[in-house]
Design a protein around this ligand. Sequence first.
Ligand SMILES: [Zn+2]
Length: 179
Amino acid sequence: MMLRRDFLKVVSMGAAMAPLLTPQQVFGQSQLLPTILWIRRGADEVRLDYSTTAGYKHLCWLLRDVHKNVTGFPDWRLLQLLSWMQAWLAGYDRHIRYDALSGMRLRSTNMAIEGAALNSKHIPDKDMVFRAIDTRNNVVSSEYLGRLAWMAQQGGVGFYVRDFSHFDTGPRIASWRAK
Ligand SMILES: [Zn+2]
């Protein structure tokens, strides 16, 4: 876990250059990307550095399948996308916290969700790696955040009328709108 002042320091380092570089430049050189995240799920709110074992473990737990209480491994590129957006917005003095609505979903959990894709990136692969998150935030609209993610061209972006966004780092670059 990070103290607020350390978190802000690291965010502002990333933020200082985020607006100066195109997403393609940044994602092409992963050392330019911060590895920190401010995220909440229910009552659990953390600022963490997922390049540390403790930070990554906490994130695995936070983004678990809450219905089955099973933990998987969030895809590194997905986390980098989230960090990049946070740093980008911090460069414009918008400090967003992700409110995670859904992370990993076992196939059985996913099947129980109306309208969920059969090949959803929320479903873990054989190594228990999952590549999607549904989230909203406390500062900018999900429309805005979705457009930002789209700029990064890292995978799928879903715009949901119920005011949340879906981001994934599956192989397909795509966007869609849904209820
Ligand atoms: Zn989703």
